[in-house]
Design a protein around this ligand. Structure first.
Ligand code: FAD
Length: 530
């Protein structure tokens, strides 16, 4: 396997991107060689990946641009319209699938029938207590729980501020807030913390419509709704209160009808204090094995994340706990530091980006392909840049998501995540095996991942399709890895994302897609679970 190996080696044969940059800026002859090589490499990738464009009739494209399929797209603007499509789908014998923010990297959104997209329709309101049973109301008072109804089409970044106004919060959030309330849970998105289940456990009631336009409200066996009050007010909606049905009704990957509203539980607003420690994976893995987890130096924290430099031994540990108001006064707020930020400014990256008119993310990716030996150092330095010596403290949403619905940087990536039971240190063995395979792939084939491998944890989920579901209630560990996607027309991607739901721009985008062809390159062939 080679990617202009000889020509690239003539330019630089070392392992340090800074050294490559120095040579590029000081040696005009080498700089000229690189300027000639990058357009050739760029063209080679385009030629080799023409197939990734697929059928020119494809119309639905997810946010990362790596999933495309032909379908009938319907922008759902009202409940009546949703009902009509569900009726029509049966008459026409067509499948129906809904999407939220269309961010999932895998095929879970694909359908050959109708693809339903919510026209942004943010709705977050306290649940009507009149319909809840007495036990739920008194228990909620005791536990200081407040329920909210949230409609499909509402993004996490719209919900959190609405809750905050009422001094309420979710018990946990993931690493991004751009997802829709239904979409985020249909794939069992999770944050981290050994006592905290995936976010689908926020949901206590699911309102869905199935093909034929039949309406259901699905809850656990001891659900929050009073059946007799509910049937009086909504005689046309079937209330199902059954654990087994409910455990299939939240994490559905879109396969069980269209969820149009959910009810979530919230807790009082809280602050988080975050510490970071630098370590080595060799040490970390022995610490992670210490039982019980309630006294484990890492896992006893409310949230723990272990970021591993995949080709070196460096690891960065994030430990988070509930903070007092004093902590928030005494410590600074988190600083949103872009991953890879120190490489973006390097003249060699800037110049490649200019020569090819591609993003700096694309330029860095091309350099990593040409000079794969620099990847370990790039990954480790990117990880080191996220270290902070002093703790930071702030409201939970700002600690977990300092970028809000924005991204860690403007690079296009897709990620793959594996989930493991933690029984008998299974997760450590599995992580070791993955790291070994990554090193082999790098060594033998020059194939690398681009960024840290991030290890997160959760309590078990009762949802059958959740990655957190296991044979018993044991805790789960996850390992996520990111891969840069080579998008040569990224400017057009950004443009089209902003106005994805506007028809005239969709046509414009489609025209460019056919004319110039954009594509994504998946470096390792693995299952994209999320
Ligand atoms: C930048 C980024 C960061 C991420 N961070 C994390 C993280 O920290 N932790 C984590 O676990 N995951 C993470 N993910 C994965 C992400 O949370 C999931 O892919 C999530 O499902 C995307 O939500 P969405 O609203 O875009 O759903 P979509 O991609 O639109 O859909 C996902 C699934 O939900 C179904 N669906 C959507 N709406 C409905 C509906 N109304 N009725 C029935 N089914 C429906 C779809 O059919 C599909 O199967 C991240 C993804 C990105 C892009």
């Amino acid at each position: 396997m080679g990617f202009f190996d000889d020509e690239a080696r003539e330019i630089y044969d070392g392992k340090d991107i800074h050294e490559l940059n120095d040579i590029f800026t000081k040696n005009e002859e080498i700089a000229e060689k690189l300027r000639k090589l990058v357009p050739k490499a760029h063209q080679k990738i385009i030629n080799e990946n023409k197939d990734h464009d697929g059928d020119e009739e494809e119309v639905a494209i997810n946010r990362a641009g790596n999933i495309r399929f032909k379908t009938d797209i319907v922008d759902i603007k009202s409940f009546q319209q949703l009902s009509d499509v569900m009726k029509k789908s049966v008459q026409e014998n067509k499948n129906v699938k809904a999407v939220g923010s269309f961010a999932a990297f895998s095929e879970v959104t694909e359908t050959n029938g109708y693809l339903l997209k919510p026209v942004t329709n943010s709705y977050v309101a306290k649940t009507d207590l009149q319909l809840l049973n007495e036990e739920t109301i008194s228990q909620a008072k005791k536990d200081d729980i407040v329920y909210y109804d949230v409609k499909w089409g509402t993004r996490i970044f719209e919900i959190l501020p609405a809750l905050k106004k009422d001094n309420r919060a979710f018990f946990n959030v993931g690493g991004w807030t751009g997802q829709d309330i239904v979409g985020v849970n249909a794939t069992s998105t999770h944050g981290s913390g050994i006592t905290l289940p995936p976010l689908c456990s926020l949901i206590v009631s699911v309102s869905m419509v199935v093909p034929g336009d039949k309406l259901y409200k699905v809850e656990p066996t001891n659900g929050i709704t009073d059946p007799s009050k509910f049937s009086q007010k909504f005689p046309n909606i079937t209330l199902i209160q059954d654990d087994k049905t409910f455990n299939a009704a939240v994490v559905t990957i879109g396969s069980l009808g269209v969820t149009y509203e959910v009810t979530v539980w919230t807790i009082p607003l809280y602050n988080i204090i975050e510490r970071r420690e630098e370590a080595t994976w060799t040490n970390v893995k022995s610490i992670l094995k210490q039982k019980p987890y309630s006294t484990n130096p890492y896992l006893k924290f409310r949230n723990t994340e272990i970021w591993i430099s995949p080709y070196t031994d460096y690891a960065l540990i994030t430990l988070r706990d509930l903070a007092t108001n004093e902590d928030v006064k005494n410590y600074s707020k988190p600083e949103a530091k872009e991953l890879f930020q120190e490489f973006i400014a390097l003249p060699v990256v800037q110049e490649v980006s200019k020569v090819l008119s591609i993003t700096v993310g694309g330029a860095l990716y091309l350099l990593l392909l040409l000079f794969p030996a620099i990847t370990p150092v790039v990954n480790e330095e990117a990880l080191r840049s996220q270290y902070h010596k002093d703790p930071v403290a702030d409201s939970y949403d700002l600690i977990y998501n300092p970028f809000g619905p924005g991204f860690v940087n403007d690079f296009k990536v897709i990620s793959v995540e594996f989930s493991f039971s933690m029984k008998d240190d299974n997760h450590i063995l599995a992580t070791e095996a993955i790291l070994k395979t990554l090193k082999e792939l790098q060594h033998k084939h020059n194939l690398c991942i681009h960024g840290p491998a991030s290890m997160r944890f959760s309590a078990a989920s009762s949802q059958y399709l959740s990655m957190g579901n296991g044979s018993s209630d044991e805790t789960r560990a996850y390992l996520e890895m990111i891969i840069l996607v080579y998008v040569c027309m990224i400017k057009i991607f950004e443009f089209s994302f902003k106005f994805l739901f506007l028809f005239y721009l969709f046509v414009f985008w489609f025209f460019f897609l056919i004319k110039y062809r954009t594509f994504g390159l998946i470096i390792i062939n693995v299952y994209l679970i999320h």
